[in-house]
Design a protein around this ligand. Structure first.
Ligand SMILES: [Zn+2]
Length: 329
């Protein structure tokens, strides 16, 4: 492996990026599979057993379900939802669950075999198939899908999913209707407040300064909602399972220079080496991390959906403004 040089002559830029790509994908093959299977076991008496696949869905379901619901969350913080191998504990959790919440649009397509292996009578709710606003997906590649799977990065879509979660929980446990309804309304107001804060914050700088480059193409919904232009991604795909070509990386480097992009944002669950290489190559910073596919660690500021999007807004604004401005919580 070539070691990254501080200053690379322009004639050697493409080989440098290729070497970085090879090194990263060798490492990602190991790093991408390290997630914990999540908690399992008997729930407290009287609570409703449900399963949620992703960290963000798990958080949203816990907000609506409160103490009346025991959530088996399959993915843990910093694990890659595009690349998960289900475990026996996941099958066991689905077998005893009354409701299963999936994210949808191929992101957690691995749940199909879990649900069929589990049997049982759980109702499956797929968030991406509810009344969310959709962005086009990729026509080809490892996770081709009609729609982009990262729906939660538009808080308006979370607002649309909350009533679906509430109604599924009420159907499974009608005696808790009042509690689920109250919790859903309270959480809806918090998500609306988040959306308002992000909209005010991001619109405080000219649209021409809102130029986004990330590890993979996970932020189309956020970009659409807040008027951001997606310049590109080092993995030029809506899945982390695609691989960048040398030509695509060289083109992206040229575009970053041409557009005077100040920041390349690595994502928390993806090896940052390619983003670092692109930043070094172009003079941008790669010090500001985004949460593309996963929440941050439990009890960290980005450990909840609301905290995670707030952190994304803060990081983007710092990157867009060269550190001058953030997004107050
Ligand atoms: Zn993704």
């Amino acid at each position: 492996m070539a070691s990254p040089a501080r200053r690379v002559p322009s004639s050697r830029r493409t080989p440098f990026l290729v070497a970085a790509a090879v090194a990263v994908f060798a490492a990602v093959g190991v790093a991408g599979c390290g997630s914990d299977g999540g908690s399992s076991g008997a729930s407290a008496a009287g609570t409703l057993d449900v399963v949620a696949t992703t960290t963000q869905l798990g958080d949203i379901v816990r907000e609506v379900g409160g103490s009346a619901v025991d959530v088996h969350q399959i993915l843990q913080p910093n694990s890659d939802p595009h690349d998960y191998e289900p475990r026996p504990a996941d099958v066991a959790a689905v077998a005893k669950a009354k409701v299963v919440f999936e994210s949808g649009n191929t992101l957690d397509a691995w749940m199909g075999k879990v649900v069929s292996a589990a049997g049982g009578d759980a109702k499956v709710v797929t968030a991406a198939d509810t009344n969310v606003d959709r962005v086009a997906g990729e026509k080809s590649g490892p996770e081709a899908s009609t729609y982009d799977p990262h729906w939660w990065h538009d808080p308006k879509n979370v607002e649309a999913v909350i009533p679906e979660i509430r109604d599924a929980l009420i159907a499974a446990d009608p005696g808790k209707e009042a509690a689920f309804t109250a919790a859903a309304s309270a959480y809806l107001r918090k998500v609306q407040a988040l959306d308002g804060r992000l909209a005010r914050c991001l619109s405080s700088i000219p649209a021409s300064e809102r130029k986004l480059v990330t590890s993979h193409d996970a932020f189309n919904y956020f970009a659409k909602r807040y008027g951001i232009t997606v310049i590109g991604a080092v993995i030029p795909s809506q899945t982390t399972q695609a691989q960048p070509s040398a030509g695509a990386l060289a083109s992206l480097a040229a575009l970053v220079r041409k557009e005077h992009v100040k920041a390349v944002f690595p994502e928390s669950s993806i090896n940052p080496k390619l983003a670092d290489a692109l930043a070094k190559e172009t003079g941008a910073t790669a010090k500001l991390e985004l949460y593309g596919d996963t929440l941050g660690p439990v009890d960290s500021p980005a450990g909840t959906y609301i905290g995670m999007e707030q952190a994304n807004g803060e990081a983007m604004m710092r990157g867009f403004t060269g550190g001058k401005q953030g997004c107050p919580a």
